[in-house]
Design a protein around this ligand. Structure first.
Ligand code: KG4
Ligand code: ZN
Length: 332
């Protein structure tokens, strides 16, 4: 079995995966959303301190599997360096004390492998990765052969939901809250411009849309305090535009070549409107669509363990001296 640890942002999670059967024999996650909610976003130092409390607690619960372990896996990049460090330090200690090899896992590959938890891999797949830190399109042919074909020039899709929620003091994470409010709103009340509409390139940008929403909120607040219906209408109109931006670029991509398989992964892939629009596009284009189970969309150690299985097979190990923390990485 492989023990995997995830601490790249605000979720402390540990999983144990059976190497032969790919079965997830243990999986637990402690989220810090409530603690960060008052700040309207993740506070790295606070997140690190909370990992220090949560990770050993979870570890305590899976001690019975220790004799069966063959390797320790951990997310080492990308993410918040102070929180990555907590998981990596725990992994190093386990590797030394249990005398087991160490596997360093890329968090973004983890999101991609959230599609394959307890399942076989499916390649080639074109993947839309939408999370709090990333908005990317990746062409994946295998774990080792992944090519970034588009990304955001500024904010990410999920981050823009967090920021819109913060503007109206709705709490964190913004994605589920904005989605919920949007369901009760009028998506046509505000006409926000779809980003990069004229650009022929397949790339993303969310800072302009975020500013347009901010200006609209300020305009409303200058007239009178925001009412619940105003909030719901802003959320619906913003979400419609945020999704329209992705769909416009995906349609452009599908025009050049319809992929055989398509998938959406990452925390923000839980967005119902986005899922619905992509389902429709894939149906029209007869492209097979893969979605992660909702419980595996946001950060978790099960997806890290699934990548680690593949790395274990080819003995892709690292050492406690070599393993490094990289908060930012551009390529796979
Ligand atoms: O993948 P994830 O758990 O963490 C990162 O690696 O960033 O993604 C979290 C992000 C947050 O920005 C959150 O607001 C967003 O995913 N998110 C959503 C939804 N659920 C979560 N964004 C839009 N709609 C949602 N339903
Ligand atoms: Zn993530």
């Amino acid at each position: 079995m492989i023990l995997s640890i995830e601490s790249s942002c605000d979720d402390s999670s540990i999983a144990i995966t059976d190497i032969e059967t790919k079965k997830l024999v243990f999986h637990k996650k402690i989220s810090q959303e409530l603690q960060h909610s008052v700040y309207g976003g993740v506070v790295p130092e606070l997140a690190a301190r909370l990992h220090v409390e949560a990770l050993p607690k979870i570890l305590e619960e899976c001690k019975e599997y220790f004799p069966k372990l063959k390797a320790i896996a951990v997310t080492n990049a990308p993410g918040l360096s102070v929180t990555l460090m907590e998981g990596v330090t725990m992994a190093k200690a386990l590797s030394v004390s249990l005398n087991l090899p160490l596997i360093a896992v890329n968090h973004l590959k983890g999101h991609i492998y959230s599609l394959f938890i307890e399942k076989e891999e499916v390649f080639p797949t074109t993947i839309l990765l939408v999370s709090g830190g990333h908005t990317q399109i990746i062409e994946a042919n295998s774990l080792k052969d992944m090519k970034l074909i588009a990304s955001t020039m500024d904010d990410s899709f999920g981050e823009s939901f967090d920021k819109v929620a913060k503007m109206m003091n709705l709490g964190y994470p913004g994605g589920p809250i904005v989605q919920e409010k949007g369901l009760k709103g009028d998506e046509n009340r505000f006409d926000f411009p779809v980003p990069l509409r004229q650009s022929p390139n397949i790339e993303f940008s969310y800072s302009g849309l975020k500013n347009a929403v901010r200006m609209q909120i300020e305009k409303l607040e200058n007239e009178k305090p925001l009412e619940e219906q105003d909030i719901c209408d802003v959320c619906a109109s913003f979400e419609k535009t945020a999704v329209a931006h992705i769909m416009q670029k995906l349609k452009k991509l599908f025009k050049t070549k319809v992929p055989k398989n398509f998938a959406i992964v990452g925390g923000a892939s839980a967005n119902i409107r986005l899922r619905g629009a992509i389902e429709k596009l894939c149906q029209e284009k007869r492209c097979k669509l893969y979605l992660s189970e909702l419980k595996y969309c946001s950060d978790n150690a099960a997806m890290i363990g699934r990548v680690a299985l593949e790395q274990y097979k080819v003995k892709d190990f690292t050492t406690i001296e070599e393993i490094d923390i990289q908060s930012r990485i551009k390529e796979f």
